[in-house]
Design a protein. Structure first.
Length: 177
């Protein structure tokens, strides 16, 4: 059984607010020749990114990153991180898009890598934040919801590759992770 934590409507409302905040922040900073580079982290952030991107009002470029630290269940395995050929990111404004920031380890590794590209700025937009679990200094610049230390599924987020397709964010009943 799945208990709904954030309904489709609640998510949509918050994504619209985030899109407005992001658009306002970058409006005067980016241009057609220097677009905002949006970097969603696969697979979890794919659904959030698709909804967010369609409401951004600034010139942008889309580059997906792939990172996964959860191989099975809810226990973190070794972080795997693949960067596609990230050409000409130097001098651009970069926005990392995450589904959830938990310990912050994933975002921290990715941010270190992106810093090496020499960006004009580097910010983080996450739909969910679980600050109680943080073991790194990562703080999101744009955040949809702050949640307690619970394992959530849906809207792109998985438990052993399941439940990503749910349109809402929920918690498995009786799941004590
Ligand atoms: P971190 O490296 O601990 O911050 O974890 C980041 C990644 O772990 C996220 O991008 C998610 O893919 C995954 N993750 C963390 N917490 C959850 C959760 O509650 N449900 C599903 N995935 C999670
Ligand atoms: Mg993720």
């Amino acid at each position: 059984m799945i208990r709904v934590l954030l309904s489709e409507q609640e998510i949509a409302r918050q994504v619209a607010i985030l899109a407005r905040q992001v658009s306002e922040h970058y409006a005067s900073l980016v241009s057609i020749s220097y677009p905002l580079v949006v970097l969603p982290v696969l697979k979890g952030a794919s659904m959030f990114a698709a909804d967010l991107l369609r409401q951004l009002n600034v010139p942008l470029r889309l580059e997906y990153l792939r990172a996964s630290s959860y191989r099975n269940g809810t226990t973190a395995g070794a972080l795997r991180f693949d960067v596609p050929e990230l050409t000409s990111l130097d001098d651009h404004h970069l926005l990392l898009v995450e589904d959830i920031i938990d310990t912050g380890k994933t975002a921290s590794v990715i941010l270190d890598e992106l810093h090496r590209c020499g960006p004009r700025s580097l910010k983080v937009c996450t739909l969910l934040d679980k600050p109680s679990r943080r073991v790194t200094a990562v703080e999101p610049d744009f955040c949809g919801f702050t949640i307690a230390d619970r394992f959530v599924i849906g809207y792109g987020m998985d438990l052993a590759e399941r439940y990503r397709e749910l349109p809402y964010i929920g918690e498995l009943e009786g799941c004590t992770f």
